[in-house]
Design a protein around this ligand. Structure first.
Ligand SMILES: Cc1cc2nc3c(=O)[nH]c(=O)nc-3n(C[C@H](O)[C@H](O)[C@H](O)COP(=O)(O)OP(=O)(O)OC[C@H]3O[C@@H](n4cnc5c(N)ncnc54)[C@H](O)[C@@H]3O)c2cc1C
Length: 430
């Protein structure tokens, strides 16, 4: 199982400790046509690591070594079973970090991060695994060992198979080693909280912030419904008329930060701004983030079951998306709570539902269908970081045209001619 709560029982679980062992297992599965699903820590939310056809689950749990850290070249080489947090800790000891920062960092594996292209708030400034991985070692569906990418900060020889494997959800190859690009830790950081009258004025502020030269290292938002929940379920203090909230962080050298805070504050100011708080101490930073952090426990209390999507639209279309979502919520009689990574236009759309109410489940299905149409109309994409897995595969054909999908299926065929690697995931079933 994974965090989608889908279950399936594999026939075998293998726990290799080396690239060579992975190669032997995959070659055997290829020969015997046995399905094989690579697994990190099973924290994925879309069912991609669930072995729906039985077969072999190949867990990377015992391939958890950091193979080298090379500060001069800003590179770290790791096995796929290392957790994101272990990478951060090892990099920090040398004054670096690896930018992808999913909230699940303490539990999730680098293999899973790469296979889903997972990220977090820092992506707005520092990018996702695709922008922070130089190369991979992997085993294709035939048991062939391959190396992709480079060990250098530039390189243009051959096709970019690194970016192809990243985000491929274990359908093309099993990753056995990753060469990660490290970034120096910023010397200092400042935290701001901006409260707006409504989502329109907050979204306009996001567009203004992203249009000026200082890129925040976090630009998160929560909508009016989410604020309402926080009010009822936490001690967080917010102005009465608050209709949207932005959490903004800037980082850099201490000398540059004052200017950065000023630039971002100026962009944040404008119509609809009710309050702009700039934290002056760690205690104040914690207090500002407490508002945002109260949301998950509040959501869990109110709606233990929810449908959680992670759609993306261009930042300039965020207000239209939120308006559209409000209309859909009203029309289908479903409560929708939105929050997310505003700087990337990556919105976590939460449909709060009672799974024991068949009428509500039916309404949610229709609502979700229209949510995806709306997102695509706004030139968006169905998922920013959670991937497709099984949850969204039926909708992929709406985003990707038939010719491009056919080419992708041919690529899968080349990497994995017997279709043993994570079969029937990611693409619409035929
Ligand atoms: C509380 C919580 C918070 C979360 N927060 C975030 C967040 O902020 N941002 C975010 O993006 N996600 C988030 N997630 C989702 C999840 O943590 C990420 O998708 C994570 O990257 C999954 O890693 P994993 O090791 O658990 O992978 P798994 O779930 O085990 O696998 C995910 C995919 O990776 C493939 N895979 C795993 N290892 C390999 C390998 N070696 N080679 C090839 N394919 C492989 C699997 O086949 C599967 O397709 C959250 C989840 C939870 C439960």
């Amino acid at each position: 199982m994974d965090n989608s709560r889908r279950h399936a029982l594999p026939a075998y679980v293998v726990l290799p400790t080396s690239h060579e062992q992975v190669q032997r297992v995959v070659a055997l599965c290829h020969q015997q046509r046995i399905p094989l699903v690579a697994r990190g820590r099973g924290t994925g939310t879309t069912g991609a690591s669930v072995p729906i056809h039985g077969g072999v689950v190949l867990s990377s749990e015992r391939m958890n070594r950091i193979l080298s850290i090379d500060p001069a070249n800003r590179v770290m080489v790791v096995e796929p079973g290392v957790t994101n947090q272990e990478v951060q800790d090892a990099a920090a000891a040398h004054g670096f970090f690896w930018p992808p920062d999913p909230t699940s960092a303490a539990f999730c594996s680098i293999g899973g991060n790469l296979a889903y292209n997972s990220a977090g708030p820092r992506a707005v400034k520092y990018g996702t695994p695709r922008e922070n991985t130089l190369g991979l070692r992997a085993v294709t569906g035939t048991g062939e060992a391959i190396r992709t990418g480079v060990y250098t900060s530039k390189g243009v020889v051959g096709y970019d198979l690194t970016r192809l494997l990243i985000g491929s959800e274990g359908t093309l190859a099993v990753i056995t080693e990753a060469t990660l690009r490290l970034t120096p830790l910023p010397a200092a950081k400042r935290t701001l909280q901006a409260v707006y009258r409504d989502m329109h004025t907050a979204a306009a502020a996001v567009s203004r912030i992203m249009a000026q030269p200082v890129i925040p290292c976090a630009l998160e938002f929560i909508d009016a419904r989410a604020i309402e929940m926080i009010r009822n379920y936490s001690q967080a203090k917010l102005p009465q008329q608050a209709g949207a909230l932005l959490m903004i962080e800037v980082d850099g050298s201490p000398a540059s930060l004052e200017e950065a805070v000023q630039a971002v504050s100026q962009a944040a100011a404008g119509e609809g701004l009710l309050d702009l708080a700039i934290a002056q101490s760690q205690q104040e930073v914690d207090a500002l983030w407490a508002t945002r952090k109260a949301l998950s426990p509040a959501l869990r209390t109110i709606a233990p079951k929810k449908i959680n999507e992670d759609v993306v639209v261009p930042v300039s279309h965020m207000a239209e998306l939120i308006d559209g979502l409000e209309q859909l919520a009203r029309r289908h009689g479903i409560t929708i709570v939105n929050f997310g990574h505003a700087g990337n236009g990556n919105i976590h759309v939460n449909l709060l539902i009672n799974p024991d109410d068949p009428l509500q489940m039916h309404a949610a299905e229709h609502c979700l269908d229209e949510v995806f149409d709306l997102v695509l109309c706004l030139r968006g994409t169905l998922s920013g970081e959670h991937g497709v897995g099984m949850e969204k595969q039926a909708f992929v054909g709406r985003e990707i045209d038939p010719a491009t999908l056919a080419l992708m299926r041919q690529i899968k065929q080349v990497f994995d001619p017997h279709n043993i690697l994570n079969p029937d995931k990611m693409f619409p079933l035929i």
